[in-house]
Design a protein around this ligand. Structure first.
Ligand code: ADP
Length: 161
């Protein structure tokens, strides 16, 4: 049976931390869906299409990685796509507490799906999308924190919104 995994998040924007989790998960799974969750209550910084396009570019050399978008419950998406594993990255103990409750609730709702946690590599522990957004919002250069293959020209010109 194929091992199909889902890596859900907002990816607003994708960072080197996210990229590292997906690359490390490649040896564990046959197929990985990177799934951008759409939260209608919360406005994102980057448009959905931009976030999707960037992630597609980052993993263009990996046919086993597919980028999708979704609304609603992650467990419903798992049922729809026959997903057996949810991948999450763990940076800090705060991440752990947050992820534990979500993981346990998801397990209750969909017992067949296992959440798999990958510890962040030390160099990316402090990295999150919020910090990257703040750097960009204030006109700084965030390229060191974002994967290669992201075209920031529209952002620099301020035409991303
Ligand atoms: P963020 O928490 O940066 O806003 P997301 O909500 O998109 O990112 O998170 C999606 C997943 O990626 C979560 O499991 C989160 O813990 C993980 N993740 C985010 N940044 C990192 C990082 N630097 N290292 C490892 N995992 C990360």
């Amino acid at each position: 049976m194929k091992r199909i995994a889902l890596f859900p998040g907002s990816f607003d924007p994708i960072t080197k931390g996210h990229e590292s989790i997906v690359l490390r998960a490649l040896s564990l799974f046959d197929r990985i869906y990177v799934a951008i969750g759409i939260n209608e209550q919360k406005k994102s910084f980057f448009p959905l299409k931009t976030r999707q396009h960037w992630i597609e570019n980052v993993f263009s050399d990996y046919p086993q990685v597919e980028v999708i978008t979704y609304t609603g419950l992650t467990v419903d998406l798992c049922k729809k796509l026959d997903i057996g594993f949810i991948i999450r990255g763990l940076r800090t103990s705060a991440d752990f507490e947050f992820e534990r409750s979500i993981g346990q609730m998801n397990k209750k709702m969909l017992p067949d799906v296992e959440t798999v946690f990958l510890l962040t590599t030390p160099e990316y522990t402090a990295l999150n999308s919020y910090i990257v957004r703040e750097i960009i919002r204030n006109g700084g250069d965030a390229s060191a924190f974002m994967p290669d293959g992201i075209d920031m020209s529209s952002v620099i010109k301020g035409t991303n919104q």
